[in-house]
Design a protein around this ligand. Structure first.
Ligand code: NAP
Length: 302
């Protein structure tokens, strides 16, 4: 009998790749939530259009699906959008997560929640699971508050803090640093990229590995920071993308982050320590070159 999973954010970068990875795995039966239906039902997944801010609907769906695990990947993740639309960001990210906590409590499911590197201020890297959280933008605040709500709740939970991710996604979904850059470079015009913001960017496939390990190892009431190997600037990431996808280096221009009048402040260096992920989940962080190679291979399969 397959284990039932309820997945929110099924159309997003994580959700869409998670479903592709698990499609051939008959161990799980997945009920997938996003605001728009993204796929036809199969024997393995059932799609439901729902809004996580609608508590009654979310609890009704959870009761029907009777999941053992809820993977909560839905959120408003655009940092600038959240900074301007703070009421909406609070409603979706904090109140929406409270509804998911209520659903998990009702059906006695383990909740796997995705938090972010944006809970840190970027001044004292590398960040471990117990490092002080002092978010500098509203998005980071919503995630830190949801972490606290989850820890205070009566449910079983695992918090997975993801570093900024890259990987292929549905065309209708928001771009990530790699797909955005590929889109810009295709216009064959110079692109300005910041050289003073550092991350150990995470290939989406390793976020999936982390969730599967957390489930397989039966982790509970624990927090994991998940990231790639290389702590590099956006500019250095861009050079790697240019080389791997055969664009021209001359079209990448380094600028400092002051150049852009961004709406939300950006923490300068939120690189994670991957020690706990390596020790307890036995996941070896991959380099950006390896992650981009994976994307090249997936491009051939698309
Ligand atoms: N991507 C990153 O770099 C990154 C880094 C750190 C943490 N995270 C966190 O990891 C999780 C997954 O990220 P992601 O990049 O896969 O997300 P994403 O690509 O931005 O997708 C967001 C998903 O949330 C859904 N959603 C948004 N508002 C909703 C609502 N009110 N009701 C129901 N569904 C709603 C969207 O559905 P629609 O298609 O209907 O809009 C979409 O499926 C998120 O919690 C994110 O905050 C992401």
């Amino acid at each position: 009998m397959p284990d039932n999973i309820l997945l929110t954010g099924a159309s997003g970068l994580f959700g869409w790749n998670f479903l592709s990875r698990l499609r051939k795995n008959r161990q799980y039966s997945i009920t997938c939530i996003s605001r728009k239906i993204i796929n036809k039902d199969t024997s393995f997944h059932h799609f439901i259009a729902a809004d996580i801010v609608d508590k009654k609907d979310i609890i009704r769906i959870a009761e029907k699906a009777a999941p053992k695990i809820i993977i909560h990947a839905a959120s408003l993740g655009n940092v600038d959008y959240c900074q301007i639309h703070q009421k909406e960001a609070w409603k979706v990210n904090v109140e929406g997560t409270r509804n998911i906590i209520a659903a998990a409590e009702k059906v006695k499911a383990l909740l796997i929640f995705f938090s972010t590197n944006a809970v840190y201020d970027g001044r004292k890297p590398p960040y471990g699971e117990n490092s002080l959280r002092t978010p500098v933008d509203f998005y980071g605040r919503t995630k830190a508050d949801s972490e606290d709500d989850i820890r205070r709740s009566k449910i079983s939970w695992v918090i997975i803090r993801l570093m900024t991710m890259y990987g292929w996604h549905q065309f209708s979904q928001r771009p990530n640093p790699v797909t955005w850059l590929i889109g810009e470079l295709k216009k064959n015009k110079p692109v300005k990229v910041v050289n003073d913001i550092y991350n150990n960017h995470l290939y989406v496939g390793q976020a999936i590995d982390a969730v599967l390990k957390v489930v397989g190892l039966n982790k509970k009431n624990d927090t994991f920071n998940i990231a790639g190997r290389d702590c590099i600037s956006r500019f250095d990431l861009a050079l790697k993308v240019v080389d791997k996808f055969h664009f021209e280096r001359k079209n990448i221009l380094p600028v400092s982050s002051n150049f852009f009048s961004q709406l939300a402040p950006r923490p300068p260096n939120t690189c994670f320590s991957t020690a706990k992920m390596e020790r307890e989940l036995k996941i070896k962080p991959i380099s950006v070159d390896e992650g981009l190679d994976m994307m090249m291979r997936e491009m051939d399969l698309r």
